[in-house]
Design a protein around this ligand. Structure first.
Ligand code: SF4
Ligand code: SF4
Length: 180
């Protein structure tokens, strides 16, 4: 059969010598490679005790931002869900009621907002699509778990808390400038 590349090798069927049958050269060769790497600087990290430094372009777990007055920015327009190539975002919209102006910035808000982290590929398109500066990808690493249910991140898990504000705007701005 004609070969499509020149990388194929002809396999030898010759009898192995006694030394080859003892595998001594192969064992010594393997030990030489092991010793060569033994004294090199370790490249592994003891995660989660040690966390590897991230690139400035790192995109981690999402956060739903609030404005300076602690009101949710998201208006449940659905643009992030439409932009998401993994179809990871789902939401239920609700009209804001009189007296809820201190909770929601817009007249419509997301009553439910879920991201399936098993689907998410952390591409950042949801962040790019959002017209309300409501969703950002943070530098938090996605958690690991044994149960699939725990990877459905609900609105409660995603919304930033008032006493733990995340200065994403500044960080992402620096990221974009650094990327340019
Ligand atoms: S980061 Fe990408 S894949 Fe993940 S939710 Fe946003 S748009 Fe979807
Ligand atoms: S996060 Fe942004 S794009 Fe997504 S529904 Fe809320 S306002 Fe719209």
């Amino acid at each position: 059969m004609q070969s499509l590349t020149n990388r194929s090798k002809v396999v030898s069927n010759k009898q192995m010598t006694l030394v080859e049958r003892l595998y001594i050269p192969a064992i010594l060769g393997g030990m030489r490679i092991t010793l060569k790497h033994f004294f090199k600087k370790k490249v592994t990290f003891n995660y989660p005790e040690e966390i590897r430094p991230h690139s400035k372009l790192w995109r981690g777990v999402h956060v739903l931002k609030k404005d300076d007055q602690g009101r949710e920015n998201c208006t449940a327009c659905g643009l992030c869900a439409v932009a998401c190539p993994a179809e990871a975002i789902t939401m239920v919209a609700e009209e804001r009621q009189p007296g809820e102006e201190h909770l929601y910035r817009e007249e419509k808000y997301a009553k439910e907002y879920n991201i399936n982290m098993l689907r998410c590929i952390f591409c950042g398109l949801c962040e790019e699509a959002c017209p309300k500066d409501a969703i950002y990808l943070t530098d938090r690493i996605a958690l690991s778990d044994y149960k699939r249910d725990t990877f459905i991140f609900t609105k409660d898990m995603l919304t930033e808390s008032t006493d733990n504000r995340i200065d994403i705007d500044v960080r992402r701005k620096g990221t974009r400038e650094g990327a340019n």
